[in-house]
Design a protein. Structure first.
Length: 276
């Protein structure tokens, strides 16, 4: 009886994993198939029907050159690097202060971070737009950078969880050697937070990379387009060129996939061995 229950549980477990993987892969397969189809083939075939010609790269060429995706990738890279660097530095500093320094406003500050996340973003868009415009950042990359650089509570909590695993004895040893608080943060805390930083890089990086609303609203100039807005020109009031858009989606997915495969090992790194 026990073996039967165990086998049933194992079967259901693996079945749920297979169904989850299928649900995640199916949309990508549909987009991949569509990216190699001609407009006529796309309209007359089923979404799950493989393309007749796997060497048809016309859609990819159109998406990249007509969509001016090179400019989109350059702008996205500039925004991504500056925003992530600033968000990680600000987030790790906030987490370091909240974790290592106990003061009266400690819990209040964490609560304020949490309350800020509960406010719907759409309710603050008018005020946000006015602030960005008054600062002279509208129609510049700095509009998106300033908005993306804001450290969210999720990143702070991730850093706090990893900081709890770093022994305070490391700080005390550094203090005995005459290290300042900033030296401890820069030379000890920050290097040991690499797994957490990689996690935030992936979570926040993908969110910035895929965001359409902020670049579309605050950077309408053609030469400021990013990868998420580059394909918008293939959608119009008289129809959408979905096969070209699908090709562009595959192009956009490739850098994200490479980044994830490169950084995923840091997510699973443990903090064991930090104290000898």
């Amino acid at each position: 009886m026990y073996k039967l229950k165990y086998r049933l549980f194992s079967f259901l477990k693996y079945l749920s994993l297979v169904l989850g993987a299928f649900a995640a892969i199916l949309p990508i397969v549909v987009v991949l198939f569509a990216s190699f189809k001609t407009p006529e083939e796309y309209n007359r075939t089923n979404p799950l029907t493989p393309p007749e010609n796997w060497l048809n790269f016309t859609n990819y060429s159109r998406a990249f050159f007509e969509g001016n995706m090179l400019t989109g990738f350059i702008n996205t890279l500039i925004i991504l690097v500056i925003s992530l660097t600033g968000a990680v530095l600000i987030g790790t500093m906030i987490a370091y202060v909240l974790s290592r320094f106990k003061f009266k406003g400690n819990k209040i500050m964490i609560t304020l971070f949490l309350l800020a996340t509960l406010i719907p973003a759409v309710t603050t868009q008018v005020a946000t737009f006015q602030i960005i415009n008054d600062l002279g950042l509208f129609n510049t990359r700095w509009a998106a950078i300033a908005l993306f650089m804001g450290t969210d509570i999720i990143a702070v909590y991730i850093f706090l969880q990893f900081l709890d695993k770093i022994s305070y004895s490391l700080d005390e040893s550094a203090m005995l050697d005459g290290a300042s608080y900033f030296t401890i943060y820069w030379k000890i805390i920050l290097p040991l937070l690499k797994p957490a930083i990689a996690t935030v890089f992936i979570i926040k990086g993908v969110a910035i990379y895929n965001d359409f609303y902020i670049p579309f609203l605050y950077m309408p100039k053609q030469d400021l387009q990013v990868v998420s807005t580059a394909l918008f020109k293939f959608q119009g009031p008289y129809g959408s060129q979905w096969e070209v858009i699908c090709a562009g989606i595959i192009i956009v997915i490739i850098p994200t996939l490479i980044a994830f495969l490169s950084l995923q090992k840091y997510i699973y790194d443990s903090m064991a061995g930090s104290v000898k």
